[in-house]
Design a protein around this ligand. Sequence first.
Ligand code: HSE
Length: 414
Amino acid sequence: MVQIAVMGYGVVGSGVVEVLTQHAESIAKRAKEEIRIKKILDLREFPESPFTAQFTKSFDEILEDPEIRVVVEAMGGLHPALEYTRQCLEAGKSVVTSNKELVAEKGAELLALAQGKNVNYLFEASVGGGIPIIRPISQCLAANEVIGIAGILNGTTNFILTKMIRDHMGFEDALALAQKLGYAERNPAADIEGEDACRKICILASLAFGKHVYPRQVHTEGITDITKEDVEYADSWGGVIKLIAEVKKLGNGQLQLLVSPMFLSRESQLATVDDVFNGILVRGDATGDVMFYGKGAGKLPTASAVVADVIDCVKHFKARKYLFWEDGSPDYVQDFLRNPASMYVRAKDESGGGLKKADALFGGVTPLARPGAEPAEFAFVTPKQEEGALQQKLETLEAQGVSVLSRVRIGDFS
Ligand code: HSE
C-alpha cells in the first residue's frame, strides 16, 4: 500500500480525491499497489466531507510523515506551492501537480531538484487538462525533432470567442456568460489577457526543446480588444479568430514564441476547436502534424491527468521517470520585433483616402469588407514583414490622419 497526500482541496484537489476513491480498485490494479490518501491539506473546514479525519492545516504533518511518498500539489499560485514542493522533493517525496504557473516559472529548478533526489516531479495536468500532451511529447514523439507547436490552450477564451463568432455576442456579454457558467475565474485576467495560455506554451516549449522558456520572454496579447466587427472581417477573409499560443524552432537554435489572437483559415484544424475545448498541434519532422483535442479544464478531466501521474509515480519509485529540461537563457527566445507577421488592420480615415495610404506604406495590402461598415471605416491585410516594421508603418499611418481601431495577426502555422 502507498500513502499519499493532497495539498489544496479546491476544484482539482477535490476531484483527485473523488477519482482516487471512486476508482480505487482499478487504480490499485494499474499501480500494482493500493493508493491511500493519508492527509489532505487545506486551511478551510469541510465538516460535511467523508474525509474529515484526513484533513489537516499543517504542512509539516505531511512533510514529516515518512509513510507519505507522493504529494499532489493542487494549491495553485506560486507561493507557498513553490516552498512546499521544494521541501517535499528535498524530503524524497515525489510531487504531482496541475500548477501551470509554478511549472512555467520554476520547472527547471524543480526538475533538477527531483532528479538530484531520485524522485519524480510530474505535471501532465498543467497543460490541456485531461488531454494527454506532456507524456506524448516526452515519450511517444521522442524520436522526432519537434519543429513547432501551436495550440488553443485556454478554454475560457475559446468559449468567449466561439460565442462572439457563432452567436454574434460582444466580448463583455460573452465573458459574463463564461463566468455565469463557471468557466472563467472570478478574476478572469489570467485567461483573457493570455497569461494562462502563455504559461502553458512555455511548459510545452521547454519540454519539446529541452531548455526552459520563461513567461516573461514571450510576447503575450489577450482577447480583450477583439470586437464583433473584427469577427465579421475575419469571416469575410475566410476564417475565424482564435487565441493561439505557438512556438517555432529557428535555424539558429533560437525559438520564436507568441501568444496572440489570430485569424485562422477555416481549413485549419485549430479553427474547428470550439467552446471550452483545447486543441494542440505538434509538428514533428518524422510524424508531420499530430493533433491533440479534448477538455482543457474542469474538475474531473484535470483530476484524471493528476491521478495518472500519481499512478506513474507509484510504478516508478525505483526507476525514476525521465522528464527534464535545462535552465533557460535570455537570448534563447528571438526578439519579438523580429518575428515575421502579416496583420489584419481595421481603421478609420474621415478623408476617405486611408486604404491608398496603407497600400503605399505596406507595399500592397489586401482590402476586406463587411456589411454595414461606416463610409470612413476600412480594413486590410498587410503582406508579411517583421513585427518591428509593421509597428513603425502603423505609427506612420496614424501620423497621416488614420485612426487604427484594431489589429489581429494572421495565423500561419497550418
Ligand atoms: N482557466 C483555464 C482555462 C483553466 O480556461 O483553460 C485550465 O487551465
